[in-house]
Design a protein around this ligand. Structure first.
Ligand code: ZN
Ligand code: ZN
Length: 268
């Protein structure tokens, strides 16, 4: 089967405003592939960072987007866990070897053959992959996630990157009822992390830099909102938290932030 043409939005320069309509080609449907009509795609800060690197790092126009939600339009002959019409999502990866020790352990991001990113990379056939700012995409079935009917497709889309990025550490480190959690930042990741942690029963404090976000933090479930500037501010919350999740893309003074942690929980 020939590669199919798909309409897309392509960034052509390092300014995020330099998007143009274009036509890209998707790979043919393999036996274990799922074809998805894209309905929504979030804008993650990584998309912005990558677009900013087009001129110097990538030196080619590209189609970003890795928070994809949509509806299955076709399935390969070996796919039995999805059917046409299913509501699904796709995050950062669309393929891996499926055989190496990392793939077998569910750690496909370390695939020995090289995991295939949804964009900014080449498929195993050597063709460049392009992301979700497009009409449709083809993905290996194990990288497709079901989206429940009661979850709006537009609202589900940011969960595919911002959501998993914050859910994973909270889950991995056993956040539970009564955990004292500090979330640094209340942007794209921070507002989701705050909701996850508070729904897990944790006592959440958001550490921000603007008083204007205090109400928002509480609406998302935080018990407290703190602005920490001086060493005295940090001393005041010395040993106050079991877990600290930074969601900000700025350099922090970790010597100060580590003081916020309860040492007995850090060292077991
Ligand atoms: Zn692998
Ligand atoms: Zn992302």
């Amino acid at each position: 089967m020939a590669r199919t043409e798909v309409k897309a939005l392509e960034a052509t320069g390092s300014d995020f405003s330099t998007f143009h309509r274009t036509v890209i080609k998707r790979r043919e449907l393999r036996p274990d592939d799922v074809a998805i009509d894209i309905k929504y795609c979030g804008i993650c800060h990584s998309d912005i960072s990558i677009v900013e690197g087009i001129d110097t790092l990538f030196k080619r126009p590209l189609v970003p987007g890795h928070e994809i939600s949509g509806v299955v339009s076709a399935i390969g002959q070996n796919v039995n866990n999805f059917k046409v019409g299913d509501r699904v999502g796709v995050g950062c990866f669309i393929d891996s070897c499926g055989k190496c020790k990392y793939c077998r352990a569910g750690e496909e991001q370390f695939c020995e053959k090289g995991v295939i990113s949804v964009f900014v990379g080449d498929d195993y056939d050597g063709n460049p992959t392009e992301g979700g700012y497009s009409q449709s995409i083809i993905v290996k079935d194990r990288f497709v996630l079901s989206i429940p009917d009661k979850l709006d497709l537009a609202e589900a889309s940011p969960l595919l990157c911002a959501g998993i990025t914050t859910y994973n550490p909270l889950k991995r480190y056993g956040i539970k009822a009564g955990s004292r959690v500090a979330i640094v930042g209340l942007g794209g990741l921070g507002h989701i992390a705050t909701q996850f942690a508070s729904k897990m029963g944790a006592e959440v404090t958001v550490i921000g830099h603007s008083e204007s976000k205090a109400d928002e933090a509480k609406q998302f479930g935080a018990k407290a909102y703190e602005i920490l500037k001086t060493p005295a501010d940090f001393d005041r919350l010395n040993g106050h938290f079991d877990f600290l999740l930074s969601t900000v893309a700025v350099k922090l003074d970790w010597n100060q932030y580590f003081k916020l942690l309860d040492v007995k929980n850090v060292f077991g």
